[in-house]
Design a protein around this ligand. Structure first.
Ligand code: SAH
Length: 290
């Protein structure tokens, strides 16, 4: 049992998104986990809530800041600074403590990884659709996985990190601020191209994107001090365990309908330890490329 178990399920103190209230003035239920299926529904629901807020009602400062993000071009990331600061404040409430991770989350313009129509929702604590039936992970889980990766024996120092599941490239961008070199593999060509396009204007020099089956890892680059899987398999592929350096850490969602975040640490050439951290929900890890 890890200390994170005590923190789950997490309170969603939605700073960016004003808590929706029904006609009776009661809070409406907040959606906590978005699956690929529910992510689209969440996006639509959130948009409807925003649109249904009476124009004359006083809106919290953060909500207007969110609206500002939606109305600015994706190439003007500075405007979203206040909204990102609010997102980081929420991450702290949710239990993220690593200052370097929090700084990285504050620095990366998440709205630039999301299609313009959904950009106003970029900083809420939900996964959102990115096309091809895939989702960008919710901010909490992105921060949590990277925090766990950094809590290894090297005092947070990460040289080579591998991500399986580039998606839109957001998590790779966050990783690039805490690791020397980031390698990220995506099996869907369209998403590999999307990530390239999203990352290009940010000019991040230490990310290498690879189109391929991440279940095989990148043996030519291994060993890695850290490996993150952004998609859930029934087990962690042995190839990835083999590509961890000794003392290295791998964080991965494992499971089918019920998924649990696992931390695997390589303690010697033939020895790995496994710790279950908390429940989570990710898109499935699939073999091959499309
Ligand atoms: N880190 C991403 C999350 C993307 S969702 C982000 O920040 O947006 C997970 C991604 O994993 C999907 O794009 C999916 O296509 C990809 N994926 C699933 N199985 C994979 C595999 N075997 N190799 C590489 N990518 C895979």
């Amino acid at each position: 049992m890890s200390e994170s178990d005590k923190r789950f399920p997490l309170p969603l103190s939605s700073v960016v998104e004003a808590p929706p209230r029904g006609a009776n003035g009661r809070k409406q239920p907040v959606i906590r986990i978005a699956t690929p299926q529910t992510a689209t529904q969440n996006a639509v629901l959130n948009l409807k809530r925003e649109l249904s807020q009476p124009k004359t009602a006083p809106r919290p400062v953060t909500a207007s800041a969110t609206a500002a993000v939606a109305s600015v071009p994706r190439t003007a990331p500075m405007v979203s600074g206040a909204v990102r600061a609010a997102m980081v404040a929420r991450l702290v409430k949710q239990g993220i403590q690593d200052k370097k991770v929090l700084a990285a989350m504050e620095a990366v313009p998440r709205h630039m990884f999301i299609e313009p129509g959904l950009a106003s929702q970029a900083y809420i604590d939900a996964s959102l659709p990115i096309g091809h039936h895939q989702t960008i992970s919710q901010p909490y889980i992105v921060a949590r996985m990277i925090e766990v990766l950094r809590a290894g024996p090297n005092g947070g120092k990460l040289d080579k990190v591998l991500e399986i599941g580039t998606g839109c490239g957001y998590q790779a961008a966050v990783l690039s601020l805490v690791a020397k070199d980031v390698f990220s593999i995506e099996r869907i060509k369209g998403l590999h191209e999307l990530a390239k396009g999203n990352l290009r204007p940010l000019r991040i020099a230490n990310i290498r994107l690879q189109y391929g089956d991440g279940m095989l890892g990148l043996p030519q680059v291994a060993p890695f001090d850290g490996i993150i899987l952004a998609a859930a398999g029934l087990e962690v592929p042995q190839a990835l365990l083999d590509q961890l350096s000794i003392g290295g850490r791998l964080v991965a969602p494992v499971g089918d309908r019920h998924q649990v975040l696992h931390l695997v640490e390589r303690v010697s050439k033939f020895e790995w330890t496994n710790t279950k951290l908390e429940d989570c929900h990710f898109v499935p890890l699939r073999p091959g490329v499309v």
